[in-house]
Design a protein around this ligand. Structure first.
Ligand code: G3P
Ligand code: MG
Length: 245
């Protein structure tokens, strides 16, 4: 089972910052997840929400800022363990920190209602700009239109389906949508990560990764269930000796 650092080692350092990614690398992570947005002047950046409210305390949208403006904000302002200033990193900076030794790089593209038109081309060009990056990339999005556009533009790209507010009842229709875009992975919320759902997804031929798993007990339970990976804010959640597969 893969242990995927979720927004870096975000239990220990402010999420989606270079500090969180450096720490994850130091902790031995090989697999990473991070959220991708685009600034007003077209720079791909890594941050969770569309606005800076939860991280910097400012209700301003990334889409409305140039990268130079965005760099002014401290996105560690609300992190409970460490408030030393951190900036929203460019995607390229994140990849420079984690890319070389990485296994999986999960680019979660936040693009609800196509708020960043053309982000698909931009990310594809970036993936092709560095040797070996395209092969490690796994692109996911809560937005089905975004997944569709990625697929239309690139048949070889590995895609992961992410179901927004997915309930167990909606799993079968969601599997249809995942198949429709040729997804290889299905990323499932912990609250519906039951044995039956996991086995249904696996039977459909997709790998299952569960988010967000922050206790050792849940990690061990999901490993036993046969999930392929867990997204965690604590990359040291399990010892190496406990990991199978
Ligand atoms: O990609 C898995 C997970 O990160 C999806 O939810 O809201 O944490 O980006 P969220
Ligand atoms: Mg995410």
């Amino acid at each position: 089972m893969k242990i995927i650092s979720h927004r870096g080692a975000s239990g220990y350092a402010p999420e989606n910052t270079l500090k969180a990614f450096r720490l994850a690398v130091e902790m031995g992570s090989r697999d990473f997840e991070f959220d991708v947005h685009r600034t007003k002047d077209g720079i791909l950046v890594v941050h969770h929400d569309f606005s800076l409210k939860a991280t910097a305390g400012k209700d301003i949208r990334i889409a409305d800022l140039t990268y130079a403006e965005l760099r002014q904000f401290n996105v560690a302002a609300y992190f409970k363990h460490d408030k030393a200033p951190q900036r929203v990193p460019r995607l390229e900076e994140v990849i420079d920190v984690i890319g070389p030794g990485a296994g999986w790089l999960n680019f979660e593209v936040k693009n609800d209602a196509n708020v960043y038109p053309g982000i698909e081309e931009k990310l594809l060009a970036f993936l092709r700009s560095k040797p070996g990056l395209f092969e490690k990339a796994l692109v996911s999005s809560f937005d089905q239109g975004t997944l569709k556009r990625f697929r239309e533009r690139c048949p070889q790209l590995k895609l992961a389906y992410l179901g927004h507010n997915l309930s167990a009842i909606l799993l079968l229709p969601a599997l249809k949508l995942a198949r429709a875009v040729g997804a290889v992975n299905f990323h499932l919320a912990m609250r519906i990560a039951f044995r039956l759902n996991v086995s249904r997804i696996k039977k459909a031929g997709l790998r299952v990764c569960v988010y967000t798993v922050n206790t050792r007990k849940d990690a061990l339970r999901l490993q036993k269930m046969g999930v392929d990976g867990i997204f965690t804010n604590y990359p040291d959640i399990l010892g190496k000796w406990e990991l199978k597969g």
